[in-house]
Design a protein around this ligand. Sequence first.
Ligand code: 5GP
Length: 215
Amino acid sequence: MVKGREVRTARLGTAVVISGPSGVGKSTLLAALRRRHPALRFSISCTTRPPRRGETHGVHYYFLEPEEFERRLAEQAFVEHAAVFEHYYGTLKRELLDPVLAGEDVCLDIDVQGAMQIREALEREELLRRCCEFIFLAPPSLAELERRLRSRATDSAGQIALRLGKAREELAFWPRYDYLVINEVLERAVDELELLLEAFRRKTSRLPDGYFDEK
Ligand code: 5GP
């Protein structure tokens, strides 16, 4: 029992980096994943954008003033950061490292710029190399993505055009991720994410060197 616990705490969790173009249904999909796995952790990002209705500081995001964001940036508190739709977004190092070092899995819902920064950091940081996995969420086709974006009643024509342009650019990044999940039928895409999370728990890179010495 005690031994089992020792092994568990020594095992690293997985940091699952998930990106996908605007309109792919990422929020809906991740909300469905959360419902199935209430204990699954999600990194809380910092952002300088104002909260939307129903969003709470410290739950959905840490909503920061630009000066505060820049202060954290200067302190090198972020593992990645990017400007998305005219606002800054960033993942604090502790949001990724605390769960992973405690052996817990954590999902990072971040854009492609941020994901590529973490990818680059893998070359320098062994810990990140051992714990990060990259999943790209894609629509079945570009035409379907356009249809989904246009059907969002909340966005103005200008916003749609902006999101469409960015979505096209983002879609081109899929080959730089390790896994591709197509969101055609929501429940099936959630099943696929679940399967990947299961597989990640079996990764040898997350186990301590002396794993079998403890047995
Ligand atoms: P929203 O403002 O709609 O919540 O998010 C807009 C975009 O910013 C989404 O694509 C989301 O994945 C991305 N995003 C959210 N948090 C972060 C972050 O910490 N870093 C980066 N690079 N992108 C983020």
